[in-house]
Design a protein around this ligand. Structure first.
Ligand code: PGA
Length: 242
């Protein structure tokens, strides 16, 4: 499988931030290597400009969320069709910050993933346990329930991102054994051929170790995706297609 390294910029980035992607392309000496997929998910305000600017550079653009409906009376929301129209190829759905801040349920997340597929986007569907749930020995059960409730029933490609909530933005990561156990578990519960990313405090210093784990097919990177100097070594740390 071809590794996928996706940057989630969250609510960060202005028009001037395009300079970081130019810097990333300079690091790649012109274009991202073709043995790995590189995706940047900027805030919605930047999707169209980034997608237009980097259409030839093998850097793909994604949204961070979409509404389940195609259009309608949903002030402030953006549909998957709008993201596709703006040039996006991917969209993150069910990130733990959206599940927590916006009360998104597994059913909502599945409806958003279905919307992404309807619009021709590849959804990156996030799952992950809280610290309390891991401490209580419930990590596999929690993620199993999220997968059962959030994954679309489709033969089209989608991506699963395992992001333990307690590892996001904290500098903490699970042990390699815990990541391996969870990714094996997710693999067994996901249709063949789907990529499974790890996310949560991926940095240049730990990327190679994490990306070498069996059934880790890439990474979803938050803070370290904002600077080309951090994101480039993470992208290059992924083993080639395997
Ligand atoms: P982080 O965020 O890399 O800053 O921990 C990951 C994410 O939330 O996708």
């Amino acid at each position: 499988m071809k590794p996928l390294i996706a940057g989630n910029w969250k609510m960060n980035g202005l028009a001037s931030s395009i300079a970081e992607i130019h810097a990333l392309i300079d690091e790649f000496s012109g274009a991202a290597p073709d043995d790995r997929d590189v995706v940047i998910c900027p805030p919605a305000t930047l999707v169209a400009t980034f997608a237009a600017e980097f259409s030839d550079e093998a850097i793909q653009i994604g949204g961070q969320d979409c509404h389940p409906a195609q259009s309608g009376a949903h002030t402030g929301d953006i549909s998957a069709e709008m993201l596709a129209d703006a040039g996006a190829a991917f969209v993150i759905v069910g990130h733990s910050e959206r599940r927590a801040d916006h009360g998104e349920t597994d059913a909502t997340v599945r409806a958003k993933a279905d919307a992404a597929l309807r619009a021709g986007l590849t959804p990156i569907i996030c799952v992950g346990e809280t610290e309390e749930q891991r401490k209580a020995g419930q990590a596999l059960a929690v993620v199993g329930a999220q997968l059962a409730g959030s994954l679309p029933e489709t033969a089209d490609p989608f991506v699963v991102a395992y992001e333990p909530v307690w590892a996001i933005g904290t500098g903490l990561t699970p042990t390699t054994d815990d990541i391996a156990e969870m990714h094996d578990f997710i693999r067994a519960k996901t249709p063949a051929g789907m990529r499974i990313l790890y996310g949560g405090s991926v940095k240049p210093a730990n990327a190679a170790e994490i990306l070498a784990i069996d059934n880790v097919d890439g990474a979803l990177v938050g803070g370290a995706s904002l600077k080309a100097a951090d994101f480039h070594p993470i992208v290059m740390a992924a083993p080639g297609e395997r």
